[in-house]
Design a protein around this ligand. Sequence first.
Ligand SMILES: [Zn+2]
Length: 127
Amino acid sequence: MAGCEQGYLCDACGQDVEQIIDSDLYLRYVLGEVSPLQLPAMRERHIRCNAATAQYIVDPAFEPVRCEGFFAKETLDAVFVAEQEERVTRAWRRLQQLPTLGLPITEYPLPEVLQAWQEQARAGGAR
Ligand SMILES: [Zn+2]
């Protein structure tokens, strides 16, 4: 993010979240867990500072994060974990590409997320 933009401090460690590719908030936006309307109001956080999500990123370019305790993936259902790893890793890879893709922010999320939102909008009408 540009140097003049202040106020994107990590909720967990207090350091600046300098780039979108390090942003847990944008990762969760790509995953469809944060809506476009919520985005400006949510607290920012580094991907590595949210171990519960970061532990599912499995990529040679990402140093693995271990999550301790209740949400540790070693203790969770293997099918659920495999699903999360596939989805979160795919979202993380997309996030790494976003700065070079030149997409509008509304097209950042994964294709299935955009499709679900479109279907919701159609089904919900003016709701
Ligand atoms: Zn942090």
